[in-house]
Write a protein that binds this ligand. Structure first.
Ligand SMILES: [Zn+2]
Length: 126
């Protein structure tokens, strides 16, 4: 249950895309995502939010993916717009996420906050 107003993202776009209607997000992550949206001040389109276990597997997500939200709350979101390089740089600088991965060819940026991960994982992948 979201306890704060996440003005720039809808539950619909953050819900699992397989049709199962799963929405199970960590509130702290959603606050970070909204804060990042305010920082970047540009539309961010969600390409992947929550994923049920089956959907995560079907699209080739990692078993321990931060998107996977059947066994735990999701703490990652993939976003895109016409300037993914800017999203990547701003996300790394923001300090809001400790997992930021820019998928250059697929043109989206993975934003994640992993409480179990020491330090940051920032990377650009072809
Ligand atoms: Zn699903």
């Amino acid at each position: 249950m979201i306890k704060v107003k996440i003005n720039n993202f809808t539950k619909k776009e953050l819900t699992c895309r397989c049709g199962c209607k799963l929405f199970n997000y960590d509130d702290d992550f959603l606050i970070r995502l909204q804060a990042f949206r305010l920082i970047i001040d540009k539309p961010l389109f969600v390409s992947s939010g929550c994923r049920c276990k089956n959907h995560n597997k079907n699209i080739g997500g990692a078993d321990n993916s931060l998107h996977e939200s059947t066994t735990k709350q999701a703490s990652a979101c993939d976003v895109t717009n016409d300037n993914c390089q800017k999203i990547y740089e701003a996300a790394c600088i923001s300090g809001l996420f400790n997992e930021v991965v820019y998928y250059e060819t697929k043109r989206f940026v993975h934003l994640g906050h992993d409480l179990n991960q020491p330090g940051n994982y920032f990377n650009i992948i072809d």
